[in-house]
Design a protein around this ligand. Structure first.
Ligand code: ADP
Length: 705
């Protein structure tokens, strides 16, 4: 069968009717005529168009050609055309086009209704029926023209077909075959215009006028995607690529492999056959496979880095660690463990002794592990023991504490054993040192105890000696008191009689007698002075010199002192002056003791000063509420080295037998004792050749102690 040339696009050709007419004339079958007609009208009107006519083998009518109608719509139309009671069958005998509403035919819903135009020779029954999905009863000119033009031709070919033996038309057979293909198959022209699509392809890429908005949108998307993919086409060669489409029914994403084969006409490619193969599941499976492969790689990388990390961690641990399998075979060990359980590869070939020690270590370890292995020990999860391994290189013993822990799998099965060794050398050394420290400390303790006992003994001795001394001192004081008394009584008698003799009570004495008697008197007085001072000290020490506190004024006291010292001052030929502070208050203290101290200091000043003078001053120091009475002289002065010593009993700067000054060395020590009783003190400022200043400081108001 010769096929006419493809129809040019209707809108691009003003003489389209002429072209169709020529095309129709070239047709050699009713089907070819019907197809030419339908395609032309479909393009002109953009409406759904079908042409019904006699089917193959005389078994009723069929849809000879259609555009924009589904297979079921086509079949329903053909049935209605054959059904005697159907409004469509009336078109066989009644000429003229008529419009039927959307619901005119049962099972054929063409939204908006359709025009039915009988085709055939004028005055004869219609041989075919043209169906055009138009929404109104007006018959467009194109439809009327096509019917008038194609009707006689259809009649002729239907008659010819009826005469000719019934065999399937090759073109129709091909269409059926293609329709039966389970993959979508499409035929497009060089511009990509869809010429033919089998049922599967139609389901994806064609939407009838009654299609739901969702399906129409999905089909529109599919058409765009398909056109775009096709535009990347392979020119004159077979081309494969993937095209993503949408399932218009379900709305799911689908992936197709598109194989395009250009069918070449002598003057170049005219049509392109496209076969789509649904590879969605394959794509998904590939994607899933890729994903799981990526995951697998990631997991493997993770596991590898975890292993490296574990290795680093294990190697960074100073204690040896060994991982063994359930049978006790060593699986992994860190560097410290290798030093004990592996040959020293790096230091060259190992000696026989080294290997023997490593083997011995391994044997020890194996017997240690036996405590955890085997069904008998299923209940034991960890084992701790102390082993003494050998240092492989030197053979030195290494005391170790080994702790093995079972590693269980998810199902509780034994997957390995981790053993950690801990070197006990340091612990043992520390224990040894501790023991030694304990020994030393107990020795020390014993020594301290004996020293303490000795000390206690000494203390006891000292205490007894102190008591003895106290008793001796008391006895001495008592003795001195008694003796002083015993001395004073006869001495006073001697002095009394001497005085009487000097006053010529027993007659006039010769000058030598008087001179000797004067010496007796002077020495007697000195002796009395010494005895009085000793008596004072004894009384102070024995606590027999109590305080007699009274209110008194310093000026009056100093006046008295000056009066008593007047004969000595007169003899000394020194200038003696007194200076009293203006704000000098009255004091509450022991007047007698203050006077005794000042008298003593003044008599010393006069004794140790040869020229110049003595100044007695009194002032009140309000900040400390104390009174200070100072005696300043321009005498011989005292070296710093002697300034403390002179306050002690019987101490003098010059204590040699040939000393220039008399005295007992008791005056200042009595002054200090008395000042202490008053709650005060005696201070000294002096330098040899520059005079001395002795000052008595005592509280303005004494406290009875
Ligand atoms: P005595 O005057 O009886 O020797 P003291 O206890 O009063 O005993 O004095 C002790 C010594 O202190 C004196 O022997 C003397 O060496 C020294 N001394 C005391 N007062 C003065 C002074 N004003 N100047 C220099 N030396 C002094």
């Amino acid at each position: 069968m010769a096929s006419p040339a493809p129809l040019p696009p209707a809108e691009a050709e003003p003489g389209a009717r002429l072209v169709l007419a020529e095309h129709l004339l070239a047709c050699e079958s009713a089907v070819a005529c019907a197809r030419a007609m339908v395609e032309w009208l479909a393009r002109r009107s953009s409406a759904a168009v079908a042409c019904l006519g006699p089917g193959d083998g005389g078994n009723g009518s069929a849809c000879l050609a259609s555009e924009g109608l589904t297979g079921s719509q086509q079949a329903a139309l053909a049935r209605a055309w054959d059904a005697p009671a159907s409004p469509l069958s009336s078109f066989r005998t009644r000429p003229g086009a008529r419009w039927l509403g959307a619901d005119a035919l049962e099972g054929v819903v063409i939204p908006g209704g359709f025009l039915a135009v009988p085709l055939g020779r004028a005055g004869s029954p219609a041989v075919a029926l043209l169906v055009v999905g138009l929404p109104g009863p007006l018959v467009p000119q194109d439809v009327a023209w096509v019917a008038s033009c194609a009707g006689p031709l259809m009649a002729r070919w239907v008659a010819a077909d009826a005469r000719a033996p019934r065999r399937p038309e090759p073109d129709r057979l091909l269409r059926r075959v293609i329709n039966a293909v389970s993959d979508p198959v499409l035929l497009t022209d060089a511009e990509g215009t869809l010429l033919f699509a089998n049922g599967r392809a139609e389901a994806l890429l064609v939407a009838g006028p009654d299609a739901s908005p969702g399906r129409a949108r999905a089909v529109e998307v599919n058409q765009r995607l398909f056109r775009e993919t096709l535009a990347q086409g392979g020119g004159t060669t077979v081309h494969r690529r993937e095209v993503p489409l949408v399932d218009p029914l379900e709305g799911m994403d689908l992936l197709f492999e598109l194989v395009t084969t250009p069918v070449l006409a002598p003057d170049g490619p005219s049509v392109v056959v496209s076969v789509l193969r649904n590879v969605t599941d394959l794509g998904r499976a590939t994607q899933a496979l890729g994903e799981s492969y990526r995951r697998l790689r990631a997991t493997e990388r993770e596991a590898r880095s975890e292993r490296h990390r574990l290795d680093r961690v294990l190697d960074s641990v100073a204690d040896p660690i060994i991982l063994t399998d359930p049978a006790g075979g060593m699986v992994m060990m860190n560097d410290p463990a290798e030093r004990l359980f592996a040959w020293p590869h790096e230091e060259g070939p190992s000696s026989e002794a080294t290997e023997r020690r490593v083997r011995a270590n391994a044997a020890l370890f194996a017997s240690f592990l036996a405590n955890l292995l085997g069904p008998v020990n299923a209940g034991v999860s960890r084992w701790k023991s102390q082993l003494t391994l050998d240092e492989p290189a030197t053979g030195a013993p290494v005391p170790m504490e080994a702790m093995a822990n079972k590693v269980l799998g998810d199902g509780g099965e034994l997957t390995g054993i981790v053993t950690v060794f801990h070197d006990r050398t340091e612990v043992l050394e520390r224990a040894r040192l501790l023991e030694r420290v304990k020994e030393v400390s107990s020795e020390l303790e014993a020594r301290v105890q004996s020293a303490t006992a000795e000390l206690a003994e000494q203390n006891e001795l000292l205490r007894r000696q102190a008591i003895q001394l106290e008793q001796a001192s008391a006895a001495k004081s008592q003795f001195l008191a008694n003796m002083s008394h015993e001395f004073r009584t006869p001495l006073n008698a001697i002095l009394g009689y001497t005085n009487m003799l000097l006053q010529n009570v027993s007659g006039e004495m010769t000058p030598p007698q008087r001179r000797n008697l004067t010496r007796i008197d002077s020495n007697g007085r000195h002796l009395l002075e010494v005895i009085n001072e000793i008596l004072d000290i004894t009384r102070i020490e024995a606590g027999r010199m109590p305080l007699h506190l009274t209110d008194f004024g310093i000026p009056e006291l100093l006046q008295e002192v000056m009066a008593e010292m007047d004969p000595i001052i007169a003899r000394s030929k020194l200038t003696v002056e007194t200076h009293l502070d203006e704000g000098l208050p009255g004091v509450w203290s022991d007047r007698q003791k203050v006077k005794q101290i000042v008298l003593n200091l003044l008599s010393n000043a006069l004794k140790f000063t040869h020229e110049g003078g003595v100044r007695v001053a009194a002032e009140y120091q309000s900040a400390t509420s104390t009174v200070a009475i100072s005696v300043k002289d321009t005498g011989i002065g005292i070296d710093v080295s002697n300034q403390e010593k002179i306050f002690e009993d019987f101490q003098q700067v010059d204590s040699s037998p040939t000393r220039a000054y008399g005295g007992t060395g008791l005056g200042l020590s009595i002054c200090r004792r008395l000042a202490t009783m008053l709650g005060g003190r005696v201070s000294l400022q002096s330098a040899p050749g520059q005079g001395s200043t002795f000052t008595l400081h005592f509280p303005r108001r004494a406290r009875r102690t």
